[in-house]
Design a protein around this ligand. Structure first.
Ligand code: FNR
Length: 372
């Protein structure tokens, strides 16, 4: 099946069906920020700005890569870019493989840069290709093309083995992927972000990647969009009963987002971490940052907001998240993101014991790696 058609299927299913991990949560629910009755700060003086990829964001938020490769997707990328430019947040485009295969589709990605510029914004824009494409023969020149196509500030190399495993046409060869990602990162003059797609980065992978020079990670953990569940719906629509059953078994596969943030920071304390996967509110974002992330990211709610309310819908959603984020900082007495990273946290025994099982000592983490 053509990449272009598959992408449209994905958009339809994610918008119309219940594609979030059934029975698995981000575990941000298991992290509590402590209320401060007298915050000793003014809501209006809270500074949520942060430097990311050499540019200034008004708050630590990113709409992570979703789409491109189809006229419908071009419109979505343009709207998200306009919203991001107005609000001062970062964005990514979806996999640019379709445009590498067929350059007539380049405009469906480039609109993200062009529309942001029309709004007068110099947004942080992240290009996107899959690690599986590197294994299949893409080299640094293809990645460079993806970056140049949209004048990107960085490139996300997505890793989506769980999704690929449940596609009849899936790219299920990830041999040497770490070497190939490291080689691309070494040769490029723009940062490489290694990005999961909803099933979570864990300690082992991040540790090895850090040793190979990678310093940017988008954990994209379990608890939000499950790409195995998306493939379950696709298999059902196509009458592939066996595949659908197998995908159903793995619909909640993965490392929950809160756990993934801690494992990633523990493995790569000096890295820049994007916490995504099931981030749905500004309070989720604040918890993720207090737990050790630098930026919070989200995807599914944005495409749904677009479908319902176009540009106003996307802006409304992102403004609400910004308001909640500021409120969370205000109510914990944090005046800046640096202070948010030092907030006291109550972590549930369940999350603590999961982390312990993964070799993370919570008190050492909270008082050590988290603060770096
Ligand atoms: C995605 N995601 C994604 N990621 C990626 O690296 N390349 C891609 O092409 C896509 N495509 C895509 C399409 C759509 C419609 C959605 C909703 C998502 C994954 C996305 O960036 C994110 O990692 C996950 O969806 C988890 O975040 P949410 O959706 O739970 O906020």
């Amino acid at each position: 099946m053509q990449t272009k058609t598959r992408k449209l299927d994905h958009i339809r299913i994610t918008v119309d069906s219940d594609v979030e991990h059934p029975g698995k949560i981000t575990l941000l629910e298991h992290v509590e920020l402590v209320h401060r009755a007298l915050p000793e700060t003014a809501l209006s003086s809270i500074d949520t700005s942060i430097e990311f990829l050499g540019k200034q964001l008004s708050m630590p938020l990113m709409v992570t890569g979703m789409t491109g490769g189809h006229p419908v997707a071009a419109r979505i990328n343009c709207v998200i870019a306009r919203a991001a430019a107005r609000l001062g947040i970062a964005i990514g485009v979806g996999s640019q493989r379709a445009a590498i295969e067929d350059p007539s589709l380049e405009y469906t990605f480039r609109v993200a840069r062009d529309c942001a510029r029309e709004e007068g914004g110099d947004v942080v824009l992240v290009a996107n290709l899959g690690a599986a494409q590197l294994v299949a023969g893409y080299g640094v020149e293809h990645v460079r093309r993806a970056i140049e196509m949209i004048d990107a500030d960085a490139v996300a190399i997505h890793v989506n083995a769980a999704q690929e495993a449940f596609q009849p046409e899936g790219d299920v060869d990830f041999r040497n992927a770490i070497d190939l990602v490291a080689e691309v990162a070494r040769e490029l003059d723009k940062p490489v972000i290694v990005k999961e797609t909803g099933h979570g980065l864990g300690y082992e992978v991040v540790y090895v990647l850090r040793g190979r020079g990678i310093r940017f990670f988008d954990v994209s953990g379990a608890g939000g969009t499950s790409w195995v569940r998306v493939e379950y719906f696709r298999a059902r629509i196509r009458g592939l009963q066996g595949l659908a059953e197998a995908a159903k078994t793995f619909s909640s596969w993965g490392i929950p987002t809160a756990q993934a943030v801690v494992e990633t920071r523990w493995a790569a304390p000096d890295s820049c971490i994007i916490a995504s996967g099931g981030v749905r509110t500004g309070l989720d974002a604040a918890k993720a940052i207090a737990l050790g992330a630098d930026i919070a990211g989200l995807a599914l709610p944005v495409i749904r907001a677009y479908t319902v309310g176009d540009l106003d819908g996307v802006i409304g959603l992102l403004e609400r998240i910004g308001m909640e984020f500021k409120a969370a900082l205000f109510l914990t007495g944090a005046s800046s993101l640096a202070e948010a990273r030092r907030l006291p946290l109550i972590v549930s025994p369940e999350l603590e014991s999961r982390l312990q099982a993964r070799g993370v000592k919570l008190d050492l983490y909270l008082n050590g790696a988290r603060l770096l």
